[in-house]
Ligand binder design. Structure first.
Ligand code: GAP
Length: 447
């Protein structure tokens, strides 16, 4: 973990937030390369959910949430951790972390009984601060998908089964944020709510488990680093009939990367039971059973039903950490020197190619390098940079460390023979390529 944290800071992937003021615990900033890798990861998820299928729609809902939303979702009552206080040193701990009844800071056994501590952040809304006018910062993106369900369905005419996908921030006042970006207070989720008919939920859960495992492998996570954990009934969240966790071997241990839950009709049912105005359609009479719930119509059987939902919910930050961990490689070269190389899948690499003029500030070389850079950049496959430092060896090392799959050197042959040298990150092999073939070679690599 230390090596990853150090690389992240040194090369501009992740920084402690508010570092100049001593940092804010459980909150991080993604730097110039981190934001690229994070966006690439999110784009890959979005593409697999929305563009490569025809049964899922996207949503970008608000973070500020009406308190009722998290009252009726069950979070006000149940989204809490049991905590104990140490009477000696005044520190506070999650009960499950305390071993042998001893304070983790000072070892005292003078601890209070456990008390429930709600994990949701509250913020005042409007000019007057009082108990009535506040909002929650959502602790999961999912709830807004449920409350927008009818709007999405009406505006897209989707029929069950269909899904709504969302990527966005979530906030939890974790008591002990830890392990770098693994457990945060502010983090991002990629969540799909996939609505099915009651009775089709169990098969859908199995289907999504396979889809999600296969997607993680396409992001470069090896099968041997993944495990499935069937969550036992006494550990299930209040809304879940069954949950399967995709576990990953993080540097600090085997932990949850993504949860896939069968939430049944818990959420849609609960929101509409408590919300008279969510009537579904003008042609349904008030107080009809269907107006009480977010039901959909079964056109064949001519009756209403509340869809069940399967929810694959992945953490962006945990995905980021897992992908870095998988890609991080320390190699000993033939001359005994070490090289750090980030063997990222090209679609995730923050920089796709670095164009390097052999001599810094040489007018002809730099002009050609700029032309090559903008030609490749215009293909729209991600960031291409001009590396005008004049030190090829250093540039190669830097780009190995940040996972750039391709370095393109522009030398004096380039001016005379219209060729460049391509260097492959993983094999370090170099080949001469005609500039006229470069776009095709580059596109092949990033396919
Ligand atoms: N909507 C369901 C839900 O939120 P969850 O298991 O609490 O379920 C889903 O969270 C995913 O969100 C987790 O698998 C994890 O990847 C990520 N996640 C949850 N809490 C997190 C935290 N405090 N810091 C970073 N990621 C977190």
């Amino acid at each position: 973990m230390e090596e990853l944290v150090s690389l992240c800071k040194r090369r501009g992937f992740v920084f402690q937030s508010g570092e100049v003021y001593g940092g804010l615990q459980g909150v991080y900033d993604y730097g110039p390369l981190g934001v690229e890798l994070k966006n690439n990861l999110k784009n890959s998820w979005w593409s697999s959910m929305i563009y490569e299928r025809d049964d899922i729609e996207g949503l970008d809902a608000s973070i500020l949430s009406k308190p009722e939303l998290f009252k009726y979702s069950g979070h006000e009552e149940t989204f809490s951790d049991p905590l104990v206080d140490c009477r000696s040193c005044k520190s506070r701990w999650r009960e499950d972390l305390v071993k042998d009844g001893k304070c983790l800071a000072c070892g005292s056994t003078d601890l209070t009984d456990a008390r429930a501590f709600n994990l949701m952040f509250k913020t005042p809304v409007g000019p007057v601060e009082n108990e009535e006018s506040f909002a929650y910062l959502r602790p999961e993106t999912a709830q807004h998908i449920f409350t927008s369900f009818k709007n999405v369905q009406d505006s897209t005419s989707k029929q069950i089964p269909f899904g709504i996908a969302q990527i966005g921030k979530a906030f939890r006042n974790e008591i002990n944020p830890r392990n770098f970006i693994f457990r945060l207070r502010e983090f991002e989720q990629m969540e799909l709510e996939y609505f099915v008919r009651p009775g089709e939920d169990e098969a859908a859960l199995d289907y999504w488990r396979e889809q999600r495992l296969s997607w993680w492998k396409k992001q470069g996570i090896s099968s041997s680093s993944l495990e499935i954990y069937d969550v036992p009934p006494d550990e299930l969240a209040h809304y879940s009939k069954r949950t399967i966790d995709i576990m990953y071997r993080f540097p600090h241990g085997l932990e949850e990367l993504e949860g896939i839950a069968n939430r049944t009709d818990f959420d849609l049912g609960s929101h509409t039971k408590n919300q008279k105005d969510l009537s579904l359609s003008a042609n349904i009479k008030k107080n009809d059973e269907s107006t009480m719930r977010l039901a959909v119509q079964d056109l064949d059987a001519k009756k209403w039903f509340v869809p069940y939902v399967i929810e694959p919910s992945a953490g962006v930050d945990r995905g980021f950490l897992a992908i870095l961990n998988e890609a991080y490689t320390l190699e000993v070269l033939a001359d005994g020197k070490e090289r750090v190389v980030l063997k990222l899948r090209p679609h995730l690499s923050p920089i796709k190619a670095a164009v390097i003029p052999l001599k810094k500030n040489n007018e002809g070389l730099v002009a050609l390098a700029k032309e090559i850079k903008s030609g490749l950049q215009s293909l729209g496959k991600g960031r291409v940079i001009l590396e005008n430092t004049g030190n090829i060896g250093k540039a190669y090392r830097r780009h190995d460390e940040v996972g750039t799959p391709l370095c393109i050197t522009v030398d004096f042959d380039s001016l005379e023979r219209d060729t460049v040298t391509l260097r492959d990150r993983d094999s370090m092999e170099q080949q001469t390529v005609a500039i006229s073939d470069l776009k095709q070679t580059y596109s092949e690599l990033l396919k």
